[in-house]
Design a protein around this ligand. Structure first.
Ligand code: ADP
Length: 490
């Protein structure tokens, strides 16, 4: 019993200890497993980190390549867009820009619509004898090349479907191991393509490179389009200039002819007037002698007729004198003696001269010369003539009890004089023509009022000989305002 007790007392704790230890072992094992799993996980994660790092490096490399490619494209695009000459655009594509994109060979062809073939516009990295077979390739595959251009998609050695260049041609004709080819498709003409490639077998073109070449092709196409439009505008401008100078030449010749005709007319009028003046003076002289009765008494009818002859001769002399004056001013034979003239003084002189007629016709003359607009640079005698003519006309065409006003005002560097009447007025369509020689408005008043149609023509010549201008504002029944402007005294 004691033995059993001793046995029990020793085994039970031992068993308990064993059980406890075994439990600890299990826990240890579980922890070891956990640790192992964590280590495995960590290993996996480390591998993942390495893999990610490698990928990141690759992406970084690609990004760097892309950035430097983009930078090169941006520089090249800027350079080619700075010219508007087709020749220059291609000359500016230099090897260093392509080098930055990883290519050492390149060329560009454009379709020549006149020659019906592709013509080489630039080449980089090819000797002359190397480019010839490429040109032959292009022109013996015109249709395929044209279809490729019209397709507006880039093609490269990594493209899934390359039905343009076979691997053998790539080596033998194009002398590259990888390439990108992109259409040049300006909106209108000059369609073509650009090719870039490399012999370096380690360099593989990427989709990114394709994109870059496409950007370059788009920029090139845009620059070609700009150059074409500029050329078109330049040509039209040249044509226009040619036409303008042709027309100017024609007009100058016509003007010279007109001048000659006008000169001939002036000379003719002047000599005819001279010729007329001598017989007219004798007619007037004889009529005057006969009218005095010194050569004997005249029957009443003869006297009346002689008076008519005398009156008509006076009118003719007046007309001939006006014609002579016009032709003299026109030919520049009468020089205007410019001095400072006071308009108030001239107007008063004219008023004195016409006072009798004004009274007779029951017309009221109002002179309102503004002291600020009194002095003009002109030939005073000629300006007096102008005012006599204008007031004379106003008197002729204004019914009794009417009013005639002379006023002046200053405009910029000129003095404007207005002669205003309350007469019959002038229709708009005659405003220009009344300043032509022999023009008279076709109205009932003119059938009664005598005139030659030369007065305003003479006035216009005098004003224009002073570098001034004359115009009329009028309407039938509303009176007329004849205005002229002369250089003011500053
Ligand atoms: P004339 O008075 O000798 O006919 P002018 O050359 O002076 O010649 O005038 C040309 C025409 O202009 C006149 O016949 C007349 O019809 C018109 N005219 C000129 N001045 C006036 C005026 N103040 N009012 C109305 N008509 C006028």
């Amino acid at each position: 019993m004691l033995i059993f007790l001793i046995y029990a007392l020793t085994t039970i704790p031992l068993s308990l200890m064993l059980i406890y230890k075994m439990k600890g072992m299990d826990q240890l094992r579980a922890q070891t497993d956990k640790l192992k799993k964590s280590l495995d996980d960590m290993d996996e994660q480390a591998k993942l980190i390495v893999r990610t790092d490698m990928e990141l490096n690759k992406i970084q490399e690609e990004l760097d390549k892309k950035i430097s490619g983009l930078y090169a494209i941006q520089k090249l695009s800027h350079i080619i867009s700075m010219t508007l000459e087709e020749e220059q655009i291609f000359k500016r594509i230099q090897p260093e820009y392509l080098g930055e994109l990883g290519f050492e060979k390149a060329f560009g062809f454009l379709w020549d619509d006149e020659k019906k073939q592709f013509t080489l516009r630039f080449s980089i990295g090819y000797a002359e004898e190397e480019i010839k077979p490429i040109a032959s390739f292009m022109n013996s595959n015109k249709e395929r090349c044209a279809n490729f251009i019209m397709g507006e998609r880039t093609l490269s050695s990594i493209s899934a479907s390359n039905n343009l260049i076979s691997p053998e041609q790539l080596n033998e004709v194009f002398k590259v191991s990888s390439f990108i080819i992109s259409p040049l498709a300006p909106q209108q003409v000059n369609k073509g393509l650009i090719f870039a490639g490399t012999q370096n077998i380690e360099t593989q073109v990427t989709e990114g490179d394709e994109e870059l070449l496409k950007i370059l092709a788009t920029q090139l196409a845009q620059s070609l389009e700009n150059a074409r439009l500029f050329e078109k505008i330049w040509r039209s401008q040249q044509e226009l200039e040619k036409k303008v100078s042709e027309r100017t030449r024609e007009l100058t010749t016509a003007l010279e002819e007109v001048k000659k005709i006008s000169e001939n007319k002036t000379n003719f009028v002047s000599s005819v007037s001279h010729e007329l003046r001598t017989p007219l003076t004798s007619i007037k002289g004889y009529a005057a002698i006969l009218l005095t009765g010194k050569l004997g008494d005249l029957p009443k009818e003869v006297h009346e007729r002689l008076e008519k002859i005398n009156r008509h001769s006076d009118e003719l002399v007046h007309m001939v004198n006006e014609l002579l004056d016009i032709s003299r001013i026109e030919s520049g034979k009468v020089a205007m003696r410019t001095e400072i003239c006071g308009l108030k003084e001239i107007a008063a002189k004219v008023e004195d001269l016409l006072a009798g007629q004004l009274k007779e016709r029951k017309l009221y003359l109002n002179i309102g010369i503004n002291p600020e607009a009194n002095s003009v640079l002109a030939d005073c005698t000629q300006i007096e003539r102008v005012l006599i003519n204008l007031i004379g006309n106003a008197m002729k065409f204004t019914p009794p009890e009417g009013k005639i006003t002379i006023r002046s005002l200053k405009t910029d560097k000129m003095v404007q004089v207005d002669v205003i009447d309350t007469g019959c007025g002038i229709p708009e369509e005659a405003h220009q023509a009344i300043f032509d020689e022999f023009y008279r408005v076709d109205n009932t008043i003119n059938q009664e009022v005598k005139g030659t149609g030369l007065g305003l023509a003479l006035v216009k010549h005098i004003i224009e000989a002073h570098s001034g201008k004359i115009w009329v504002t009028s309407a039938p029944g509303a009176g007329s305002t004849f205005s002229f402007a002369l250089p003011a005294v500053t």
